[in-house]
Design a protein around this ligand. Structure first.
Ligand SMILES: *Cc1c(COP(=O)(O)O)cnc(C)c1O
Length: 344
């Protein structure tokens, strides 16, 4: 008999909206405000981003990560350019060609990765092995923080990749769908793992952190943000009732709300890995730097857990992926691990 589906660990976007974002939505619902971002809340939210990153950056809000990444990359490239990204990157594997579509044809070139992180030697090979005009000219480097395998680049690793990019005239894009989990998983400041390390544009994830339908595109190199609002509008990514998006950001970036949620998710993921790792036959595949656990589960265990209702993906990163979110509780982790022990 199959139990009710339990999506708790399938992804960090199977959870609901966190109470702070929900409350911000409720507050934003009162009365009338100018539309399309001309309201005072949006101005304050953008100002809050500048404080958070300790720099004068340009901030835009879109509805999802695919749009954020694609529009950001399109603003770095001409159609004859290429973007170097990891073979496991979301832009390559999970965006249905949107980066190529929105850039009118810029080609993604995939570099080898280790534990989800770009291999600098392979990046350099891709940049330098051809310089003739028959090859799409490398113009941007894209890296995900945290990575698709739940690992987190150290500030020095980011700086090294940015240095390499700069040496060859490439801009740097960071896919930060789980930026806050990465941030909470280390000790560096927001500035240190972005613009101080050399990142030009960050797609900063709101949805997986616990917000409703929003990602922020943050340009540290303001020249690259030119006309970006037109790209957003043309792509159908300009929210008319913008205050609902900006009110959430304002709230999440205040009083370390982002940190509380991201750090809890990370810590529950680590617990999950520790507990599962003790079960004979289970192998934890990658370091748990953020909120993802990748485990190789014996088939019997996988089937057993699924028949108990647990939903999780087994097609990403060579194992079964278990994601924790703001909504994950200690009881959820305990219940999953208890079921796993019972099934073995
Ligand atoms: C979830 C995710 C995104 C954004 O996906 P959308 O479904 O388009 O919001 C982007 N990058 C990574 C690494 C992700 O995990």
């Amino acid at each position: 008999m199959h139990a009710e589906p339990r999506y708790h660990f399938a992804s960090d976007n199977t959870s609901g909206i966190c109470p702070e974002a929900w409350h911000a939505l409720e507050e934003a619902n009162a009365g009338y405000q100018p539309s399309y971002g001309a309201d005072a809340t949006t101005t304050r939210a953008c100002e809050r981003f500048r404080e958070f990153f300790e720099t004068d950056c340009e901030v835009f809000f879109v509805f999802n990560g695919t749009a954020a990444n694609s529009l950001a990359l399109a603003s770095l490239c001409q159609s004859y350019h290429s973007v170097i990204c990891s073979d496991l990157s979301h832009v390559e594997t999970d965006e249905c060609g949107a980066p190529e579509f929105f850039s009118n044809g810029s080609k993604l070139l995939t570099a080898k990765s280790q534990l989800g992180k770009l291999d600098p030697a392979d990046v350099e090979r891709l940049i330098t092995h051809r310089t003739d005009l028959h090859y799409p000219r490398p113009r941007a480097l894209s890296l995900s923080q945290s990575t698709e395998l739940g690992t987190v680049y150290r500030p020095g690793e980011i700086a090294g990749l940015c240095e390499l990019a700069r040496k060859h005239g490439l801009h740097v894009h960071m896919d930060g769908a789980r930026f806050f989990n990465a941030l909470a998983g280390g000790t560096a400041t927001p500035a240190e793992i972005t613009w101080r390390a050399g990142v030009d544009v960050l797609c900063c994830g709101g949805t997986k952190l616990g917000m409703a339908v929003t990602e922020a595109v943050v340009f540290f190199d303001k020249a690259l943000a030119r006309d970006f609002e037109y790209r957003c509008k043309q792509a159908g990514q300009l929210c008319s009732k913008m205050r609902f998006i900006s009110a959430q950001w304002l709230r999440i970036l205040s009083n370390n709300v982002w940190h509380a949620h991201a750090a809890r998710a990370n810590s529950l993921a680590r617990q999950m890995a520790d507990n599962l790792g003790k079960i004979p036959g289970v192998q934890i595949l990658h370091p748990v730097d953020a909120n993802a656990v990748f485990a190789r589960l014996p088939d019997k265990l996988k089937t057993g857990l699924k028949s108990r209702g647990w939903q999780f993906y087994s097609f990403i990163g060579g194992g079964s992926r278990l994601m924790c979110s703001w909504a994950t509780t200690q009881a959820d982790v305990d219940a999953f691990c208890t079921d796993a022990r019972l099934e073995m």
